[in-house]
Design a protein around this ligand. Sequence first.
Ligand SMILES: [Zn+2]
Ligand SMILES: [Zn+2]
Length: 431
Amino acid sequence: MSSENVACHCCDLIVEVSTLKPGCKAHCPRCGHLLSSQTANAYNKATAFAASALLFLLLSLPFPFMAFQSQGREQQVSLIQSGYDLLILGFPLLALLLSVFILIVPSLLLCAYLLILIPLRKNTAYPWSYTLARLIFTLHPWAMAEVFLIGVLVSLVKISGMADLVIGMSFWAYVLFALCLIATITCIDRLQLWHSLDKASSIQRTPPKHNYGGAMQQQLQSCHCCGLIHHLDAHNCQRCSSSLHPRIPASLQKTWAFLITGALLYIPANIYPIMHTRLLGADEPSTILGGVVLLWQHGSYPIALIVFIASILIPIVKMLALFWLALSVQAGHQNRVSERIWMYRMTELIGRWSMIDVFVVAVLVALVQLGGLASILPGIAVTAFAGVVILTMLSAINFDPRLIWDNLDKDELHIIKSGQEPLNDLLDEIN
Ligand SMILES: [Zn+2]
Ligand SMILES: [Zn+2]
């Protein structure tokens, strides 16, 4: 790629990103946000990984995923059947979450990658390639194959004492699928992909004239999806057709609304049982914290720690971080900018991992259905907890980190225009 000017997603600074050598990365000089990275032979590798991932996903569907044997009785589940079983048992929300996050979104992502990359390897792009690229970057946070796998491992440990477990062919196919999906996503750089699509379509973009500094200060805005810079009065992106906004519209209001609803749901999620285990007719309800204590008492320390971090620590830390970010922006704070940016990146990165406990319940419910002998049913808390995870993810997605920088005095931002050294002085000053 030749050089392209982009406005940093995190701080709005316009930065020129030039051609990178394989293995190199470009970071924003002001906030450290990763702007672009280059993988050698990226499109060939990504095509191979995406095709393999899709093949492994197809292979993981028809065969048994896991089998659960107790006192001569056996319950076998496949991935498709697990969603169907949950639906039949009367838990449509769990069935929907399981199907969307572990099958539908990842397969849509892989198909979109292949449809873009196969022609792009021959330097060809179609108008719909742009639509698919937009779809890919919207769907990314909702593909949770690797989170599901950790959930499966936790489920295995939880019921290992109850019966014999047999790992099926589909499980190994799903592991390979998850690894190939991660490899595909890692190979593709957002900026490079948009640039390659333009190059293949022989389109030369000429962004409006600008200086070194924040985009909005110069009456400019960048597309949140492809990063192309436009004038403030433009409504739709020339490249990907996304609606343009200098900042996420009503960002703070949406962040607060999702955060407060998520925090309220966190109370029933912890008070009520997340799961009911029925052994020989005796009902044993367990809450999230109760499940962690039980795992610890049984000596499964690493798994207890994983569930504690994913289900208790991460949601609390994430809600506190979002609360601090939204409050500090609203109050116009100008200090601790680097800490707040770091906190924002953490909330974006860790939020989805809380879904582990929801997947654990879904797997156990689908697997352990041996009638009066042993059965596991979801508790009311699982719906509330899934709500907490989804709402806090939406809260983080709707928080605009550029608002943190908007609070800095214009005088201070003005210094940045003169170059790198005053910028470091400024960062020292505001920290
Ligand atoms: Zn930045
Ligand atoms: Zn765009």
